[in-house]
Design a protein around this ligand. Structure first.
Ligand SMILES: [Zn+2]
Length: 444
């Protein structure tokens, strides 16, 4: 089957309204879609069952920490499936696994698509595994049906996503040597972890991807939220990955005897913290939008039943797709906290310790994904990703897009995490269509 026959109309539909993308010369005109290849859903779901053995925990999920034995075993499983899909397997200097497939144009930049197979402690069977194995299934379908793309295809399995999207970070940023001494949950440093996986931390420059090196990036992932499941939708077209900032907040008051200090003379840091927590919720919910704000950790000092707390440390976390909105919310919270402090003689100070800028999905890639889903008759919605993904790092070097499938009851990072086999098959079919449409697209 000539791939152009079935991709032409798909691509044309996808790109008709794409800002920044246009059809390649070879695709103008064309016959209606005859047959769009379909992935083998039974095989893909079988692989998902098989990979769940590595790091299986009693609750039915997996604990597959990066750089541990189960991680290594799952990566060996991935490598085998890549080889069966006729992919050329390489482990780059950062420890990521690529399964590479040649394109018709050897000088064209590759399309990269995939995900990860490491998990959080007591994690589930779908986070990361779905996107990685679906990407291999897409390549296997191309191999079986004799589909040739113009761009080379690189199926990827990123290393240590759950510890902070390390694999994709290492290849899209200039990494300081000191970062490699960060200790991961497995107890190994990032540098030792890279060696454990077969990479070489002294040769990271060789693995580096820069603007122009990659035609585009796609990642299929479970939603890890309940929007698609609640609304009974098939596919989520991700708008972007939200920005995230976290602060340590210190509230200073005055510790004093809880029996002898009258209520009106107290500089109670805990009372200020309670008002602060309520105020953060009020400020964040005061306007429409999907912004979220959390006070997730708190500790009172000295921490005794009979002492008015003189000091409280807590955290503030804010997330939104718009980094400016996060800044505006933060400034409003700081101003309100000063009023709270003035009420009972306490002071607030903020120390920011985590900053992740938001990463927008490329408008052209979003259109491609939406069209690939529409071609299959799937119901879709656009939504932001509240969780971090490797895709956010790829956005630094190429047009990026993400496809979400429903998570039943919105549960994730838990052994109870579940996505239906049908939804996984649907997601992989959309990934396949999006890869083919991206192959035809030119991005600004
Ligand atoms: Zn994930």
């Amino acid at each position: 089957m000539k791939r152009r026959d079935f991709t032409r109309t798909l691509a044309a539909a996808a790109l008709a309204t794409v800002p920044g993308a246009r059809l390649g010369a070879a695709s103008t005109g064309g016959a209606p879609v005859a047959r769009v290849p379909r992935i083998n859903g039974e095989r893909l779901n079988g692989w998902l069952t098989a990979i769940s053995e590595f790091g299986r925990n009693p609750a039915g999920g997996v604990t597959r920490l990066a750089y541990g034995e189960a991680d290594l075993a799952a990566r060996a499983f991935v490598t085998q499936r890549m080889l069966e899909a006729k992919l050329t397997v390489v482990v780059d200097a950062a420890g990521n696994i690529y399964g590479k497939r040649a394109g018709a144009d050897a000088s064209a930049a590759p399309i990269i698509f995939g995900s990860h197979v490491d998990s959080v402690p007591e994690g589930g069977n779908f986070d990361g595994n779905v996107g990685t194995l679906a990407a291999i299934e897409v390549a296997r379908t191309f191999a079986e049906q004799g589909v040739t793309t113009r761009h080379p295809l690189w199926v990827v399995c990123w290393q240590n996503e759950e510890g902070g999207t390390w694999g994709s970070h290492l290849v899209t940023a200039d990494v300081a040597g000191t970062e490699l001494s960060t200790v991961a949950r497995s107890g190994k440093s990032i540098g030792d972890g890279i060696r454990y996986l077969g990479g070489d931390p002294t040769k990271l420059a060789a693995a580096r991807l820069r603007k122009g090196d990659v035609h585009g990036y796609l990642e299929l992932h479970i939603e890890q939220g309940g929007l698609l499941d609640r609304q009974k939708l098939d596919i989520g077209v991700v708008e972007g990955i939200v920005g995230l900032r976290e602060w340590d907040v210190t509230i200073d008051g005055f510790a004093n005897h809880a029996g002898t200090t009258p209520m009106n003379e107290r500089r109670d840091a805990m009372l200020a913290a309670a008002r602060f927590t309520e105020m953060v919720n009020r400020i964040v919910t005061a306007e429409s939008g999907r912004q979220v704000g959390t006070v997730g950790r708190i500790q009172a000092f000295p921490g005794a039943p009979n002492v008015v707390p003189g000091k409280v440390t807590c955290t503030l976390e804010l997330r939104d797709l718009d980094d400016r909105k996060i800044q505006t919310l933060y400034e409003a919270i700081v101003a309100e906290s000063q009023k709270i402090g003035a009420r009972n003689g306490t002071t607030f100070s903020y120390h920011e310790f985590v900053t992740h800028e938001s990463a927008r999905c490329d408008a052209g890639v979003r259109t491609i994904i939406g069209a690939a889903a529409a071609t299959r008759g799937f119901a879709t919605m656009s939504l932001p990703s509240g969780a971090g993904h490797d895709a956010q790092n790829l956005a630094r070097v190429c047009p990026m897009g993400m496809i979400f499938i429903p998570s039943v009851d919105g549960i994730s990072h838990s052994p109870r995490e579940f996505s239906r086999p049908r939804d996984i098959t649907n997601g992989a079919d959309v990934l396949l269509g999006a890869v083919l449409a991206m192959d035809e697209a030119t991005f600004r």
